[in-house]
Write a protein that binds this ligand. Structure first.
Ligand SMILES: Cc1cc2nc3c(=O)[nH]c(=O)nc-3n(C[C@H](O)[C@H](O)[C@H](O)COP(=O)(O)OP(=O)(O)OC[C@H]3O[C@@H](n4cnc5c(N)ncnc54)[C@H](O)[C@@H]3O)c2cc1C
Length: 432
């Protein structure tokens, strides 16, 4: 039986009107190679699902049409160019409500619970690269959760509303050249001068950084202990002293721009601090929960698709007088991988169900992120093998996925950081 969702049924019906409009203007044509997956989802609409209702599936279907018509046809070009047009794509998604499904209605969101964001993240996995969905996730579920939860009405009006509508592009500035895994050791400083902060430092690996209108910036606002001296600040990227130094050339996620940003005597009003000054580290750790659930959800679908495309390819490719797929080591391995994907899906949906009921799911979210990072590497590596030389070319999706999927074990908290968190909950982490 489907679990209860947080939104009232009246609000839900009202919100669904937004979704049901979308298929009519987009029509029913699907252009993806993976339409089988859509058929599978459609059949689930009538069946029981542990987390999703028919409304979740209707929403996924609407998003799928946008992906197939507005995004996938351009992905190869964006990958080749090393950047996708974030303002254009976000406006399309914002118009349809997909950038703020679990954000407050007063600020343009749909006011639904986080299970809808997870459903959106899963569906975004149909985009035929990792870079574009990651950039969308930064906008909807990585740079904005703390603002939505703790920001002042004025800040939400200025930064959250236009981000949800797709009018402003957001980025998240946590990592620095000298501090990635150890977030507490960041050096960027915001010093109060009257009613302004003067900010000096820099951010590294900033997704959307080359195109962003504002950054959710983590900076030290005092000399206190590292977990109480940081604040999250809404930083407009057009201020004097904000320098986007370079777009980083990466092995994967090529359509997503990743920037290094220098902050040189940047003056920002103190009212741009999100919530309480000094609480930024705590807010960021909370924000990471949604980021990690989102990340695990997003790769589930791409793993399904890569396994399915590998089945399709190996079915028609013959070696030693029979299809590659008919060799037992191949179909058994694909069955093993699909089993692991389903296990991850169960963990994710359980964590999400607990999260929307108000539970702290730090341990389960960290486990899901850890498993997702490792499994996505395993799936891409094993599947690529069965494509033979074709898998080593740039012409096939499996090789792009092989490159893109490598990031999940590093970004948003490396595998070892997830293991440390899990160990803390198991009380096995040595106290130094
Ligand atoms: C494409 C891309 C996009 C990104 N987007 C953003 C973004 O939008 N915003 C943002 O703030 N950051 C972003 N990041 C940064 C990302 O979150 C960091 O790269 C990540 O947190 C790791 O930090 P680091 O690169 O500094 O590695 P380091 O901190 O130097 O760690 C190196 C390695 O040490 C290992 N390690 C870590 N902790 C332990 C431990 N306790 N025990 C043993 N080994 C350990 C891990 O294997 C880790 O990979 C992005 C990174 C990339 C590559």
């Amino acid at each position: 039986m489907a679990l209860h969702r947080g939104a009232s049924s009246a609000k839900l019906l009202c919100n669904l009107r937004n979704f049901t409009k979308i298929p009519s203007f987009l029509g029913s044509r699907l252009v993806s190679d993976t339409s089988k997956a859509v058929e599978a989802s459609a059949s689930e609409v009538t069946g029981d699902h542990v987390l999703y209702t028919p409304e979740h599936f209707a929403m996924k279907e609407s998003l799928r049409k946008i992906i197939d018509l507005e995004i996938n046809p351009h992905v190869d070009q964006w990958e080749a160019e090393g950047m996708f047009p974030a303002h254009k794509v976000f406006k399309i998604l914002g118009n349809a409500g997909f950038l703020g499904v679990s954000k407050p209605v007063e600020y343009g969101g749909l006011g639904l619970d986080f299970s809808y964001s997870v459903a959106v993240a899963e569906e975004l996995g149909h985009i035929r690269c990792g870079g574009v969905p990651m950039a969308i996730g930064v906008q909807s579920d990585m740079a904005t959760p703390a603002l939505a939860r703790f920001g002042s009405a004025e800040l939400k009006q200025e930064f959250l509303l236009p981000s949800i509508l797709g009018d402003k592009v957001a980025c998240l500035g946590v990592s620095e050249v000298g501090a990635g895994s150890d977030v507490s050791s960041i050096k960027t400083k915001a010093v109060r001068k009257g009613d302004e902060y003067v900010i000096n430092g820099g951010k590294m690996w900033t997704t959307n950084g080359a195109q962003a209108d504002w950054m959710c910036l983590l900076a030290n606002t005092s000399d206190g202990p590292p977990h109480r001296n940081k604040s999250l600040i809404c930083l407009p990227m057009n201020l004097p002293g904000v320098h986007v130094a370079r777009k980083i050339d990466k092995m994967g996620m090529r359509s997503s721009d990743t920037a290094e940003v220098f902050l040189d005597d940047v003056r920002v009003p103190c009212k741009n601090v999100i919530g309480e000054e000094g609480m930024g580290f705590t807010y960021q750790m909370l924000q990471f929960q949604e980021e990690r659930l989102w990340g695990a959800a997003n790769v589930l679908t791409s793993m399904d698709n890569i396994i399915q495309e590998t089945i399709d390819y190996t079915k028609q490719r013959k070696i030693f007088k029979r299809p590659v797929l008919h060799h037992q080591s191949v179909h058994f391995r694909l069955a093993e991988l699909q089993t692991e994907v389903e296990l991850l899906r169960s963990l994710l949906h359980r964590a999400t169900a607990l999260y929307i009921k108000g539970n702290d799911v730090t341990k389960l979210a960290s486990m899901a992120k850890l498993k997702a990072g490792r499994l996505t590497r395993e799936v891409s590596d094993s599947c690529l093998q069965y494509w033979g030389g074709m898998g080593f070319t740039s012409d096939v999706m499996v090789s792009r996925y092989y490159r893109d999927s490598r990031l999940l074990s590093i970004g948003g908290g490396a595998d070892e950081v997830m293991l440390s968190i899990i160990c803390k909950y198991m009380d096995t982490l040595p106290k130094i």
